[in-house]
Design a protein around this ligand. Sequence first.
Ligand SMILES: Cc1cc2nc3c(=O)[nH]c(=O)nc-3n(C[C@H](O)[C@H](O)[C@H](O)COP(=O)(O)O)c2cc1C
Length: 335
Amino acid sequence: MTALVEPTTLAGLRLNSHFVMAPMTRNHSPGGVPTAEVAAYYRRRAEGGVGLIVTEGTLIGHPSASHETDVPRLTPGAAEAGWRVVTGSVHEAGGRIAAQLWHLGSLREPVDGYPAWTPDTMAGRDFGELLEAYAESARTAVSANFDAVEIHAAHGYLLDEFLWPHTNHRTDRYGGGPRGRATFPAEVIRAVKAELPPTMPLIMRFSQFKERDYAARIAETPAELGTILTTFAEAGADVLHASQRRFWEPVFAGHRENLAGWAKRLTGLPTITVGSVGLTGRPLDELGERHARGEFDLVALGRILLGNPCWVHLAAAGRTAEIRDYRKADEDIYY
Ligand SMILES: Cc1cc2nc3c(=O)[nH]c(=O)nc-3n(C[C@H](O)[C@H](O)[C@H](O)COP(=O)(O)O)c2cc1C
């Protein structure tokens, strides 16, 4: 813990600690506009010792992204103004904040007959429309004073559906082997990167598992993973956020390294690890040991922060008696 609570830099961004708040959808933004309550919620985590907040998934401005009305958008106008208040609150508390850009792909509920957009159904102008929507959200992130942008390409949503052979049967340049499957996500990286000032980091979040299939994999071998992640790096990703459910689980048989460890080894980019930190009684020593060995640079915290905005401070001070155990019901509180 000692090294992890020290300040650090991530792709040039100065952070108060090595801890990241993982993106968590909370449905507290009526009409897609984050409120003062949302600003206070994120500010509390910055005050509690988190160095970098990654927002909940924010929707790009395209009707295919989602029909959800309480999920925040990252689009010009009211949502942009709401986010400006959020970023200001986090900055006042000494924190940094990245916006996560989200398109649900086939996991969008089919409402009013609007068809889900998936790798297999997208055609022609659809690609350009989505690239422009991602670019618009990136411009909005800049004007709303975010410090970084994260592209959500994990957990079975649209960009991950391109990466996963099970949901990508295209035979054109967007399909086939790992490089083809990574092509559209890489085009999104390029479109977003083109809107960001050169000093503003772009984080790419990816996973093997899907929300609806924990055993799924985008890469069966280190070589396949290397091809996908190198494609991201070449397109302009500055940081890789390797999502897994438990940070100590190996990815490939015969190797102890976790997904962030592989991402770092295969690309040389800084990485963020995540997965059940502080949840199961798994000793934090192992997290520190893996970090000391250089397996990852930063550590994201998800569920433990729901009931413990100050978890970083409490854990660092050894005040474990004051830490509330995570319970599923924590997902219903908003504080
Ligand atoms: C309520 C909830 C909402 C989530 N929403 C998102 C999201 O919008 N985007 C995303 O990339 N991951 C999302 N996740 C996954 C988390 O970012 C994180 O990877 C996961 O909770 C594992 O970390 P933990 O074990 O520390 O909770 C969500 C998780 C939870 C519990």
